[in-house]
Design a protein around this ligand. Structure first.
Ligand code: FES
Ligand code: FES
Length: 155
């Protein structure tokens, strides 16, 4: 059994230690927010947070996660009660097909936790590992700027 801390709770799974976190989340833990895109660390659709940093879950084996804090999209909010970043993405209509968006939201959350007032160039730089094939980038940037304002206003 492998023990993981996910979204503040303890989870146990029976899996090979070499299994990528993404597969365990989706196939065994019912956490489908993170998406499989490339499986090679090149697109960002599988992004989660590990110890507060954005990470590609397709590249991280379960064996590397002992004692580390994992957060997934499901940990930020739910359809009826979205978190600040999720709400900003909805309000800015920052999606076309939506496939990249869970990863974008997780990377944006990591950014705003380390830098609550990022400049537009800082947002573009930090978000650059995550790709959007629909060309929604500018709406995504506006959503992150809105989330930053909202999160500051809520304090
Ligand atoms: S699926 Fe992980 S980076 Fe593309
Ligand atoms: S909205 Fe389609 S890939 Fe980003």
């Amino acid at each position: 059994m492998i023990k993981l801390e996910i979204n503040g709770g303890a989870r146990e799974i029976d899996a090979d230690p070499g299994t990528p976190l993404l597969y365990a989340l989706r196939d065994q833990l019912g956490l489908n927010g993170a998406k499989f895109g490339c499986g090679m660390g090149q697109c960002g659709s599988c992004t989660v947070m590990i110890d507060g940093e954005a990470a590609f879950s397709c590249l991280v084996p379960l064996s590397a996660l002992q004692g580390r804090r994992i957060r997934t999209l499901e940990g930020l909010g739910a359809a009826g009660k979205p978190g600040a970043v999720q709400r900003a993405f909805i309000e800015e209509q920052a999606a076309q097909c939506g496939y990249c968006i869970p990863g974008m939201i997780m990377r944006a959350q990591a950014l705003l936790e380390r830098n609550p007032s990022p400049s537009r160039p800082e947002i573009l730089k930090y978000m650059s590992p995550n790709l959007c094939r629909c060309g929604t980038q500018m709406r995504i940037v506006r959503a992150i700027e809105r989330a930053a304002r909202d999160m500051k206003g809520a304090k």
